[in-house]
Write a protein that binds this ligand. Structure first.
Ligand code: VAH
Length: 311
């Protein structure tokens, strides 16, 4: 039985549906801080949970007899930079509550890290799995702390913690909220609605990205991987592609030739993006648990535009 926090977020909205398909609806308890009339709420068990409420998290995990916790509830990079103390309290408070629940109830554990766990002094191209991590954002501080805390719970308490350093995730079901890479999602919606997009990230700014179906497969594959083969745990570099705004605009023009791109750079999110790698090396994930992806920029663009047109 799996408990998912942040089940109504960008990853959770799709991961819950995938997990229910794989393991059975009643075996996936979805939780979030509020309720909406979404498929996640209608297709299986759902409970309201504020992850800073340790008592309720433990009570729900016990009541539903969960043996795996997927902790997704968190504030993303731009929001965290605007409200750093709230981000520390929610991101770290929620994580330690989830890890404590996993320790007390002997659950397997997953939480995402991010390319945001790297900073300006990290090698920017083909960023290694093991390298310097001195991020200059509150979100990055949360992600590095989270990686270290999850490795500590594995070393000290034997909790089976595993994590992925996600790049920007692109999806058409639930939009991301408060991220720096959100431009790469918004651009598809605007391309359909207006045939144009004004990007808050400047041209030439490379960031790693991944289409949501590949991200969901990576979570399931990692959680089902043979633990004896894992040399790393928190957290694996994973990526599908790296591009800058002009390249995604070009990919869209293959389908919407008249698509127009303009720039209105947001200095705060641009500074966050500039502190992150241009491309990361995912060879450890490939070697230790067979990480692979199906979608490159061209294939993702075709699928995103087709699915959004239908929506
Ligand atoms: C963000 N989408 O922009 C998240 C992610 C690598 C980016 O961490 O904050």
């Amino acid at each position: 039985k799996i408990l998912v926090t942040g089940a109504l977020g960008q990853i959770g909205s799709e991961l819950v549906m995938k997990l229910r398909g794989v393991y059975g609806s009643d075996n996936v308890l979805a939780t979030d801080i509020r309720e909406t009339d979404s498929d996640v709420v209608k297709s299986g068990p759902f409970e309201i949970l504020d992850v800073t409420d340790a008592e309720r998290m433990h009570a729900l995990a016990k009541q539903y007899e969960v043996d795996s916790i997927i902790h997704l509830a968190a504030l993303l990079s731009a929001t965290a930079e605007a409200k750093p103390l709230l981000a520390w309290n929610l991101n770290m408070g929620g994580l330690v509550n989830a890890l404590e629940t996993a320790r007390e109830l002997n659950c397997q554990f997953f939480t995402p890290s991010s390319i945001g766990a790297f900073g300006p002094s990290t090698p920017k191209n083909n960023t290694p799995q093991d390298t310097i991590q001195r991020p200059t954002t509150m979100y990055g501080v949360n992600k590095v702390s989270g990686e270290l805390l999850c490795d500590y719970y594995y070393q000290k308490f034997g909790v089976d913690t595993r994590g992925l350093r996600f790049p920007g995730l692109i999806s058409y079901v639930a939009p991301p909220g408060g991220g720096t890479t959100d431009y790469a999602v918004e651009i598809y919606y605007e391309a359909i609605k207006k045939g144009s997009y004004s990007s808050y990230i400047d041209k030439g700014t490379y960031m790693d990205m991944m289409y949501m179906p590949d991200a969901l497969n990576a979570i399931v594959d990692l959680m089902e991987a043979d633990p004896a083969k894992l040399k790393h745990r928190n957290s694996f570099n994973v990526t599908a592609m790296s591009f800058e705004p002009e390249e995604i605009a070009q990919a869209i023009r293959k389908h919407i030739p008249s698509f127009e791109m303009s720039y209105d750079v947001d200095p705060i999110r641009q500074a966050i993006a500039d502190s992150w790698p241009d491309s990361i090396d995912a060879s450890a994930a490939k070697e230790e648990w067979g990480f692979r992806t199906d979608f490159d920029l061209a294939k993702m663009t075709a699928d995103m535009l087709e699915k959004l047109k239908a929506k």
